[in-house]
Design a protein around this ligand. Sequence first.
Ligand SMILES: [Cu+2]
Length: 149
Amino acid sequence: MWKTKILFLFMMVLASVDVYSEEYQIKMLSSLEGKMMVFEPPVLYIKAGDTVKWISKEPGHNSASIDEMLPKNAKSWNGAVNEEISVKFDVEGTYGYKCTPHYILGMVGLIIVGEKSSNFEQAKNSALSIEKKFATNKNRFTEYFAKVK
Ligand SMILES: [Cu+2]
C-alpha cells in the first residue's frame, strides 16, 4: 500500500513540474527575403507559461515591449542591443514589441499568448496609430494584425 502512495506522490510532483511549457525563438534580422528590419517569425502564438528567446542573428538589434501594447498586469521587458533576452509570458493576451534602434523603421513584432482577447482591440488600435510615425514599413502592424487568427 505504501508503495502505491509513494508512486502517487511521485506522480503528483511530476505533474506539478512545468514539463509542458515550451521555449520559442525569434530571430532579430536586418533583412529577410527583401524585407528590411524584421523579427522572424513576426507573429508568434504561444501559451501562458511559455518562454520566448530572441536570437541575435545579425548585430544591432534588441527586443523591448511596447508599453501601449501589453495586457493588463503583464510585465514589460527591455533587452540590451545584441542581448538574447528570454522572456516568460504568464499573462494571456496580445503583446507588441519593438527593436528600439529600428522602431522608427518599423521593426516590430506580435506575440499572442493563449486567449488574445483581453487587450486585442486596444493593442491593435495603439499599433495602428504607432505605425503612422514609422519612416519605413508604415503598414507593418496593419499587415501583422491582419495575420492574427
Ligand atoms: Cu533592429
